[in-house]
Ligand binder design. Structure first.
Ligand code: GLY
Ligand code: MN
Length: 417
């Protein structure tokens, strides 16, 4: 695998003139209490470029004036006491073995290394420093990259700071065969756990017990990573798109909407299914369910390179518009957007809502997107969402979730056993 990471790093530098530097931080977990931190989640760009899943590391790529490239990883030194309490930090040799980065240095020397490269380049033309300065929310606190950008701007105003998120996002959006293989593993683990959950369902079950059945099945498989916080929504809770209290009784006659997924080596699956808790759809539930399923099939039939997520969503809205009367939903001045208030797709990969999820971006072969139409009818306490993950090919798409049972008949047959 280290060849993969090496190739990604050199691809990133390929189009860049020296002198330039790239810094990517692995991140760290915020503290939760005196001696406990929140779970650590590695910066996905750092992971994509190194394969390393550890805190407090910095990747530095440096291309000098003549085009020579130096790669350096800055890591925390090994600490014998920490090793006894929480396990050992990664040693330099292991970091090199995983990432292929030959030079591994103590993170304490990072500032000196940075300053000395900047000084060395004084008078040799504009030095560019590339950082991932993307904020997922406008109020998001400064990351180490933002802090470094501020420091360089103050101390070295002649250095040019450039954003590198867009380039990394474009690379990450198109998946390799190895990445697809990991995503398929996540699909399979999720399939097994979804079936376990459906088998476990009964009228009067708590949403949390169903969530537990899913988690237990994943853990039985040795899969500990979730792509995101599971949504298990009984009855009317399903009309809240990201309901995740998951702690109410599901009554006989109600459906359960689940939206969840495992991840393998951080590669996500994102699956939604909706099923009757007693194992048998009512006629009305079936009617709504099949309308959503038709919308999903329409998108899967149509998705191909050159289309945009907005166009795919327009298909769903148009289809629902054509069904509103026969579904008995054109009432009280309501339109499609009163029953379907999200979009049909987002990109999927190292993040659940992955990079390049903009509505107008054209699809390319190798991209993986979700296809997740829904219908949410508050006054009937019905919410249905059906979500599969598909990979765009040269002329269409492949459904990576096709093994996860989906039709009314398949669900009823499984739950009858
Ligand atoms: N799986 C949650 C979402 O796509 O928003
Ligand atoms: Mn999704």
């Amino acid at each position: 695998m280290k060849e993969t990471y090496q190739l990604r790093r050199s691809t990133l530098l390929d189009g860049k003139q020296g002198p330039c530097m790239v810094f990517i931080f692995s991140g760290s977990a915020p503290m939760r209490s005196a001696d406990e931190s929140y779970p650590f989640s590695v910066d996905r760009n750092f992971y994509y470029l190194t394969g390393i899943d550890r805190e407090n590391m910095i990747l530095m790529l440096y291309k000098d004036f003549s085009g020579n490239v130096t790669e350096t990883l800055f890591i925390e030194p090994y600490d014998e006491v920490m090793a006894k309490w929480v396990g050992g930090r990664m040693r330099a040799a292991e970091a090199t073995e995983i990432s292929g980065v030959q030079s591994v240095r103590d993170i304490g020397s990072f500032e000196d290394a940075l300053n000395s490269i900047i000084e060395r380049n004084r008078g040799l033309g504009k030095l560019h420093v590339y950082l991932d300065l993307w904020r997922y929310h406008k109020d998001q606190a400064d990351t180490p990259a933002h802090k470094l950008a501020k420091r360089i701007r103050t101390e070295y105003p002649a250095v040019e700071i450039d954003e590198i998120f867009g380039e990394l996002a474009a690379m990450r959006a198109v998946k390799s065969e190895d990445e697809i293989a990991l995503m398929r593993k996540a699909q399979e683990a999720t399939r097994i756990a979804v079936e376990a959950m459906m088998r476990h369902a009964y009228p009067g079950v708590n949403e949390s017990e169903l969530e537990g059945a899913f988690d237990f099945s994943l853990m039985k498989q040795g899969v500990r990573e979730h792509a995101f916080h599971s949504i298990v929504a009984g009855g009317g809770h399903a009309t809240t798109l990201h309901y995740n209290k998951n702690n109410s009784i599901v009554e006989d006659g109600q459906m359960v909407l689940i939206d969840l997924g495992s991840a393998v080596d951080h590669y996500c699956s994102d699956i939604s299914r909706t099923f009757p808790v007693n194992g048998k759809f009512t006629d009305r539930q079936k009617e709504i369910y099949n309308a959503v399923l038709e919308a999903q099939k329409l998108v899967i039939r149509t998705a191909k390179p050159g289309m945009t997520l907005r166009q795919l969503n327009d298909l769903v809205v148009e289809y629902y518009e054509s069904r509103l009367d026969d579904l008995g939903l054109r009432k009280d001045g309501k339109g499609v957007r009163d029953y379907y208030y999200h979009s049909v797709s987002h990109q999927l990969g190292l993040d659940c809502h992955d990079v390049c999820t903009e509505r107008e971006r054209e699809l390319k072969p190798g991209m993986v997107i979700t296809v997740e139409p829904g219908l949410y009818i508050e006054d009937e306490a019905i919410g249905v969402r059906i979500e599969n993950d598909v990979m765009i090919t040269e002329d269409g798409c492949i459904d990576l979730s096709s093994d996860i049972l989906r039709t009314v008949e398949e669900i009823e047959a499984l739950m009858a056993k």
